[in-house]
Write a protein that binds this ligand. Structure first.
Ligand code: URA
Ligand code: SF4
Length: 218
């Protein structure tokens, strides 16, 4: 459901009522915004229908764009470790992104990550809604501000909402997801903390928050 009438968004590419395999196939054709043009491929998700926890990241990074799978780079390793540390079985999580194509800027031979704009987040949200329907999780964990913008349907400051369990109507009705949402930090933000003790403390909080999500999803 694009809020902006000038941008059609992904709606017309999302097959209604499709299962995950059908959604994944259809996403390769998506032209809901311009990000498909420069990306290598769509990066859809990993995980199965029936997973209790839906983890939503920002967008694929360089490695994900090349491999076609979400969270396979450094922040993916941290995320997998944190899921394990929280005592959550891997098959209990469904992992996806708010935006399914890599947005970047070329500098020489390098591709520098660029944050998706709100228009990209809005254009791509129909995929997230369809994934939610196909998976049926009991809780959504939004990793960082982009994911929170998509899931809650409005811009929030992470500091204001972080670690709290937000009921489905916490966004003033802007969220279309009828389950609790927990907003936490993005794993790449944890990787950027330079001081080792601070990084360990932030990681421990992150693991605790995943545990809270797992408890709700029971
Ligand atoms: N960061 C994300 O938000 N998503 C990925 O898939 C990889 C890194
Ligand atoms: Fe479609 Fe999302 Fe890719 Fe844009 S980023 S083309 S809306 S899949």
């Amino acid at each position: 459901m694009a809020d902006d009438p000038d941008r059609p968004g992904a709606d017309e590419w999302v097959p209604p009522g499709a299962d995950l395999a059908g959604l994944r196939r259809a996403a390769h054709e998506c032209r809901g915004c311009e990000l498909w043009r420069d990306a290598t491929q769509v990066v859809f998700s990993s995980g199965r229908a029936g997973a209790a926890i839906m983890l939503v990241g920002e967008q694929p990074g360089d490695r994900e764009d090349l491999e076609g799978k979400p969270f396979v780079g450094p922040s993916g390793r941290l995320l997998a470790d944190a899921v394990d540390a929280a005592g959550i079985a891997r098959e209990g999580v469904y992992v996806t992104n708010a935006v399914k194509h890599f947005r970047f800027e070329r500098r020489g031979t390098r591709r520098i990550h660029m944050k998706p704009a709100v228009a990209h987040i809005v254009a791509c949200r129909p995929w997230l809604e369809a994934e939610f329907e196909a998976v049926g999780p009991g809780v959504i964990v939004a990793l960082g501000a982009t994911a929170a913008r998509s899931v809650l349907g409005r811009t929030v400051r992470i500091g204001e909402v972080r670690g709290r369990v937000l009921p489905p109507d916490a966004a003033g009705g802007a969220s279309v997801f009828p389950v609790p949402v927990l907003v936490t930090t993005h794993p790449s933000a944890l990787l950027r903390i330079e001081d080792a003790a601070d990084r360990r403390a932030a990681y421990a909080t992150f693991v605790d928050e995943l545990r809270i999500a797992a408890d709700i999803a029971q």
